[in-house]
Design a protein around this ligand. Structure first.
Ligand code: KDG
Ligand code: MG
Length: 402
């Protein structure tokens, strides 16, 4: 019987910080899992190195479900981003190995294709509306059929989602940067700029917007109602989702579709949102929600309630995660859309292979497993570089959700 012989935790910063788990079997087959948790990377690296790797050595790599249950139930302490990211990394690495052993890409092990291409949305942004409109034109020229629009709110220092240069990276400082927030200013500005986007570009593409957990339920209801004429594909994270039932209030007021889940980690975190049809898209990701095994479970539950997938996929999820997500996206019946941001060239020096982008869509790798290779020699050129996500403060100085 083949056993797990080695599990290495690889920490590098090619363009940004990534934590990667590489499992090697006694037959010499390797599998990769993404263990990156933006701004809290070393917590997951330690969880894996100190508490998970010793449990993996000697196990049968083919027992993916049993390993998932062993790490989840056996850890006693449940859920949460650190635990679920660590379990995800093991799970994804074992699916990668299973695919390589079978000589098949992972999606074939998930039931095969339901579609040829995976529609993605790109991130258009600008410090002001004019810059945003120019950026949207650029994304349309590049073939995107779905575009997220974010811009700075006048009078507020720093804004969520506005790119500096060619790559968007909010974790950019050695201590958390501070941004300012005013709900009043946002609410009187954002619906108007989204209208300007439709006036300029029409309705022949999907328009998305991320509120990034900043509103109360009744404020989100007002926003959703005001932008109905803009026909958003979704408004994302309109309010923090720890209190799942608060979305009922938003639903009572607006038909603007809702997407939630990038900071949530388990099926229980989204259970009520799904079973009460309080959302339209679930954004739990393969790397922060327990891997392929657990994300499939979430998406199967979602399918029963006509909730579709919209996997989180910014560049703080590595190319290993993007490949795993794409393998799920091509296979599931209830695919909605996949978030996609182009990786920095340094990232692609280290993580080679994976899905390819063409005409607004991703095409899954046909290589066995996930088709991503980690180049240790290239990675050695990019040592870990601690960085934090920003925090947001209201104009009176108190802390707000970033
Ligand atoms: O690390 C934080 C980012 O992953 C998050 O801010 C990105 O909200 C995000 C999105 O929708 O991609
Ligand atoms: Mg988001």
């Amino acid at each position: 019987m083949s056993t797990i012989e080695k599990a290495e935790v690889l920490v590098s910063s090619p363009g940004r910080n990534y934590v990667t788990l590489r499992i090697t079997t006694s037959d010499g087959v390797t599998g990769l899992g993404d263990a990156t948790l933006n701004g809290r990377e070393l917590a997951v690296a330690s969880y894996l190195r100190d508490h998970v790797v010793p449990l993996l050595i000697g196990r049968d790599p083919s027992r993916i479900e049993d390993t998932w249950q062993y790490l989840y139930r056996g850890g006693y302490w449940r859920r949460g981003p650190v635990t679920m990211t660590a379990i995800a990394a093991v799970d994804v690495a074992l699916w990668d190995i299973k695919g390589k052993v079978a000589g098949l890409p992972v999606y074939q092990l998930l039931g095969g294709r339901s579609r040829d291409a995976v529609m993605v949305y790109g991130h258009a942004s600008g410090v002001d509306v004019e810059e945003l409109l120019n950026d949207i034109a650029r994304f349309q020229d590049a073939g995107y059929q779905a575009i997220r629009a974010q811009t700075g709110v006048p009078g507020l220092a720093g804004s969520y989602g506005v790119r500096k240069g060619s790559v968007y990276e909010p974790a950019a400082t050695s201590l958390p940067a501070e941004q300012s927030w005013s709900t009043e200013r946002y609410l009187s500005f954002a619906p108007d700029y989204l209208r300007q986007v439709r006036e300029r570009f029409g309705f022949n593409f999907h328009l998305l917007h991320d509120i990034h957990h900043r509103l109360t339920p009744i404020e989100a209801a007002r926003f959703g109602k005001e932008v109905e004429e803009v026909r958003l594909f979704w408004m994302e994270d309109p309010t923090p989702a720890e209190n799942q039932e608060s979305f009922r209030l938003i639903r009572q007021h607006t038909t603007t579709p809702i997407a939630v889940g990038e900071v949530l980690n388990s099926i229980w975190d989204v259970q009520q949102l799904i079973t009460e049809q309080l959302i339209d898209y679930v954004r739990t990701s393969v790397s922060h929600s327990g891997g392929i095994t657990h994300l499939r479970r979430i998406l199967d539950l979602a399918a029963l309630y006509q909730v579709r997938s919209g996997s989180h996929g910014p560049t703080d999820l590595s190319p290993v995660s993007l490949s795993a997500a794409t393998n799920i996206d091509v296979s599931i019946p209830n695919f909605g859309i996949q978030e996609y941001m182009a990786f920095a060239p340094e990232t692609l020096n280290v993580f080679q292979g994976g899905p390819t982008f063409r005409d607004g869509a991703l095409y899954v790798s046909e290589e066995p497993g996930l088709g991503v290779f980690y180049d240790d020699r290239a990675a050695a050129r990019y040592p870990y570089d601690p960085k934090y996500l920003p925090v947001a403060r209201r104009l009176d100085g108190s802390v707000h959700d970033w």
